[in-house]
Design a protein around this ligand. Sequence first.
Ligand code: FDA
Ligand code: NAD
Length: 433
Amino acid sequence: MAKSFKYVILGGGVSAGYAAREFANQGLKPGELAIISNEAVAPYERPALSKAYLFPESPARLPGFHVCVGSGGERLLPEWYKEKGIELILSTEIVKADLAAKSLTSAGGETFKYQTLIIATGSTVFRLTDFGVQGADAKNIFYLRDVADADKLYEAIKAKKNGKAVVVGGGYIGLELSAVLRLNNIDVSMVYPEPWCMPRLFTAGIAAFYEGYYANKGVKIIKGTVAVGFTSDSNGEVKEVKLKDGRVLEADIVVVGVGGRPLTSLFKGQVEEEKGGIKTDAFFKTSVPDVYAVGDVATFPLKLYGELRRVEHVDHARKSAEQAVKAIKASEDGKTVEEYDYLPYFYSRSFDLSWQFYGDNVGDTVLFGDNNPESPNHKFGSYWIKDGKVVGAFLESGTPEENKAIAKVARVQPPAESLDQLAKEGLSFAGKI
Ligand code: FDA
Ligand code: NAD
């Protein structure tokens, strides 16, 4: 017999948790909402996994970082869902979605029916085995997406005390994991193909600070090449990483962060897609009636820039989920809500560093402040200027007020008289907006 719900959220990650809280805020009857997740735990703040979860001392553990603590909200423990009559259907992989029949089928053969579906399946990682990299199925080659992945990596860090790690990739995972492995006293080499780290966002000037800082912390950075093969020992554990430039690095642990892709394959051919994600309107409604998509999988109208975008960051996962639920509830009362008007916000933390970015990283750039990695007072940033207006702002080591000020700049898009003037004024420019 199929289980039937008024609302089903497919996926039990960040968006699912924030959507559940919004449903509860808006008024929900027991038994109306189910969350179906292939993870074994209730929704949690995923960003913790590459940071405090792997700390050598007092690492973060569940239930400590269930949503919505990451944004200063209430912590939703499994009991909370029970109290609200929300069914948490965990360790359940959906393998078939029939949007026309409004039904989902699990790997175990169960069927779930819904009136309204919210797709919140998030992303998965690219694996080196997907690219046919030789030996990439060796033991102790890790990826990081969920708590189960983090637990395996944590065990390996303990087992390979003072060992050697090679981190493949110079993006978010690469930078955050290299730092936390160093904190665990692991010898770390980072390998990535680009001329500088985090090229998706960082300018050469921004990246130079982080590369210098990481080098001072003992991270060896190898740029302009990729891992083309691995050798392993008689236990099948990884032993060496072979690089395209011919170098060979010893490794007890390999962490791979070479990007990801949104999990949309269940819905292929059933719903309109755009830019690799599921196309939605400003209320996260898809092309299929009663089906919404939020978080990493949604390609939505970014009103500020007049174009469709997909955003793979936690702030948008939270806000898109809330927007979709508000829109669903309003439409039941024949009402509407305001269009989603998102200001992109990304951040990262590693060692004692912490940066925030708001807006769009397009156009000319200026760098300001003290970006000497050896300076005890390092504080620096960048502005992005397009068509004479400041459209993006980055700040390392900002105070809460300073971060608020750069967010305002990105939202207001003030005119910039000259790049030189902007570089000279630096943070005080933001303070005046
Ligand atoms: P999310 O990935 O959170 O959840 C998707 C859920 O769907 C998972 O529970 C998954 O198991 C489930 N699922 C998928 N397919 C399924 C199926 N067929 N059946 C059942 N369940 C299924 N961002 C940021 O701004 N700052 C940060 O510091 C970080 N740090 C960070 C660290 C790490 C290690 C990762 C992996 C990611 C980040 N991020 C981040 C990105 C951020 O976490 C991400 O954008 C959000 O988690 C996206 O939320 P979603 O709800 O869309 O997907
Ligand atoms: P990413 O896109 O940030 O970085 C991938 C990096 O790997 C890039 O530098 C890329 O060029 C490089 N690369 C590609 N192929 C390579 C190869 N063969 N060898 C070596 N390097 C290669 O992706 P990620 O760091 O894997 O992160 C995965 C997901 O997790 C993303 O959605 C990201 O937004 C999210 N995440 C976000 C944060 C944050 O916002 N602070 C932290 C962790 C993870």
